[in-house]
Design a protein. Structure first.
Length: 118
């Protein structure tokens, strides 16, 4: 069973920065995508950014130019560097892992809260 453990959330003022981390237990998938999603009360969970096993990245329009997703393959850790944070970034952020090949499966972390407020 794959386990994902997020850390790095917290409270920050507008314009500040945070870095989220997601430590993943070893995955046996050869093709997979890891990503960050976020959710606020009453809204659906939305994709923030993801990165494939080949290194291709994808960002939500609302975070392009401010957030950077990266992965340390040796340590099996996923990062999300968040700069120039705005109040609209306030949400519960979840780490996600999608196995694509040889079998399909989806895993979620427990979530880490990010609050942007003055």
């Amino acid at each position: 069973q794959v386990q994902l453990v997020e850390s790095g959330g917290g409270s920050v003022q507008p314009g500040g920065s945070l870095r989220l981390s997601c430590a993943a237990s070893r995955s046996r998938a050869s093709i997979y995508v890891m990503g960050w999603y976020r959710q606020t009360p009453g809204k659906e969970r939305e994709l923030v950014a993801d990165i494939s096993n080949s290194g291709n990245t994808n960002y939500a329009d609302s975070v392009k130019g401010r957030f950077t997703i990266s992965r340390d393959n040796a340590k099996n850790i996923l990062y999300l560097q968040m700069n120039n944070l705005i109040p609209e970034d306030t949400a519960l952020y979840y780490c996600n892992l999608r196995h694509i090949f040889p079998s399909m499966a989806t895993y979620w972390g427990q979530g880490t809260q990010v609050t942007v407020s003055s």
